[in-house]
Design a protein around this ligand. Structure first.
Ligand SMILES: [Fe+2]
Length: 504
């Protein structure tokens, strides 16, 4: 493995004394100088050794300096080549410069000129290398901007993997995030050129390399391979992701190069990108903990409602479970499901403002009492107004008593004017209410709850949601034993459908 150090200069000239003079002249400089007076050996040397600069004679018996030039440019990433000749012609000069030589020296030359030309060439090379590094930083800034703009964690990890691949010239990059307590995989991302490398960069065993350590230092393995007759070094880099000294994952890269060169600049880019990943994962964990705390606070509010109404005990939890099943049936994403849980948990929060005498009345409500009871969606909206966290709950609280035919409350919305969230909740809320004891009646059975949904499908309820829900029951997706302690054998949807002469 070669890291950035004193520039390596290869001098190729079939006249040994010229090699010696140049070596002597450069000895006072901070260069690592290798001289070769056999151009064939120089070609061999170039196959296995990285160099920064090559100083080559043009005419050397059977082998020309142009062959050296081509060999350097084809095998070395950014090496610069200076050609020398004692027989200059304009044509030769143009030819070598066109082929990619950096400069051209005419022998005999003053050693001062040689030194200044080498300095200029290395400065030019440094600019190119800085440019590559800056490009890496631009990539880093892109990722950092995405990180601060609140992009979702999966997209950010994919972006980091893509950036690693691009900036480090990798042929495969994989990122694994684990639960540090269980070691189980949480999420992964990869970018690969060859499918057979996927298992190598997405291998949970690679995390074992960092057992017992907390230093974010990469492990680098290199081995020689042959590809299309060309000798290459395949380097695997494993960069651990630590958060507060705890291992949370690993980024694995595979790079193929001629000499197994990894520059400190490349490792810097990898380290910066890894830090961004670590801070994104840490933020994500904090956000999840915060969400969990909010949900617990919301549960506390729901419990406060249920504590006043002994008949609704467990109603919120069951409604959440039923609603989640329907939402999954509609392919809602995780954020929508999270909002749904919040909305279903808070949907009756307005009942806090309904007197106990009405809430627990064991006989039918009078018209005036009914009016007070029907104010609970609006009261609920007033309670959460101004709390931006509870915003997603608005459609659930505000429209779960609207009816498909426009005869519901509070706004008498009709059909698809009613938010989908409210239409969904109306179905499962009513279904659970029928299966629960009420102050004024005993709990009904599943058959009567299903019949109620069928009876009011298209008047009270969105018919498509009723169909979807009944489809879930038919497929056994609702655990009636767990939710209501009811034997599933009592649920025979097909029998009900036949007896009701309806289709689902
Ligand atoms: Fe309600």
């Amino acid at each position: 493995m070669k890291f950035e150090s004193a520039p390596t200069i290869l001098v190729v000239d079939d006249e040994e004394y010229i090699c010696n003079v140049i070596e002597e002249a450069l000895s006072s400089e901070k260069y690592s100088v290798v001289t070769m007076h056999d151009p064939a050996k120089a070609l061999e040397y170039l196959q296995d050794h990285p160099v920064d600069l090559v100083l080559s004679d043009i005419i050397m018996g059977d082998l020309s300096g142009e062959m050296i030039l081509e060999a350097v440019l084809s095998s070395q990433d950014d090496a610069v080549v200076i050609m020398m000749t004692a027989h200059p012609t304009v044509q030769t000069a143009i030819s070598v410069l066109k082929k990619g030589a950096y400069d051209f020296l005419v022998k005999p030359f003053k050693l001062e000129l040689l030194k200044s030309t080498i300095q200029r060439a290395l400065a030019h090379q440094q600019v190119l290398r800085d440019n590559v590094r800056l490009r890496g930083q631009v990539e880093f800034l892109k990722v950092a901007n995405a990180h601060t703009s609140g992009i979702d964690i999966d997209s950010l990890l994919q972006m980091v993997v893509d950036s690693c691949k691009k900036e480090l010239g990798a042929i495969a990059v994989g990122l694994l995030e684990i639960d540090p307590k269980t070691g189980e995989l949480i999420r992964q991302a990869c970018a690969i050129d060859q499918p057979d490398l996927e298992s190598q960069v997405l291998n949970l065993d690679s995390l074992k390399k960092f057992t017992g350590t907390w230093r974010p230092k990469p492990v680098i393995d290199g081995r020689r391979i042959k590809q299309s007759g060309q000798a290459l070094v395949r380097i695997a880099i494993y960069q651990p992701i630590f958060i507060r000294r705890t291992l949370h994952g690993v980024i694995s890269l595979i790079i193929e190069s001629h000499f197994g060169q990894i520059t400190s600049g490349q490792l810097d880019v990898l380290s910066i990108l890894t830090n961004t990943v670590a801070s994104s994962i840490a933020n994500h964990i904090l956000y999840q903990n915060l969400q969990q705390s909010y949900l617990e606070a919301i549960r506390g509010l729901a419990n406060a409602i249920e504590a006043r109404d002994k008949y609704t005990s467990g109603h919120t939890d069951r409604v959440c479970i039923l609603a989640k099943e329907v939402a999954r049936g509609m392919d809602w994403d995780e954020q929508q499901i999270y909002d749904l849980i919040m909305g279903c948990t808070l949907h009756d929060i307005g009942k806090i403002g309904v007197p106990d005498s009405i809430l627990n009345k064991s006989s039918v409500l009078t018209q005036d009492e009914m009016k007070k009871m029907q104010r609970h969606p609006e009261l609920g909206l007033r309670i959460i107004r101004g709390i931006s966290l509870f915003k997603p709950a608005i459609p659930y609280i505000g429209s779960h008593h609207e009816r498909w035919d426009g005869s519901g409350y509070p706004k008498q919305l009709k059909g698809e004017e009613i938010p989908l969230e409210g239409r969904l909740l109306a179905v499962v809320d009513t279904f659970d209410a029928i299966l629960s004891d009420r102050p004024y009646r005993k709990a009904g059975d599943i058959n009567s709850a299903v019949q109620e949904l069928l009876k009011y499908r298209g008047t009270q309820f969105d018919p498509e949601i009723v169909n979807l829900f009944l489809g879930l029951i038919r497929r056994g997706a609702i655990d009636f034993k767990k939710l209501y302690g009811l034997d599933e054998a009592t649920v025979n949807l097909d029998e009900i459908i036949v007896s009701e002469k309806v289709s689902v």
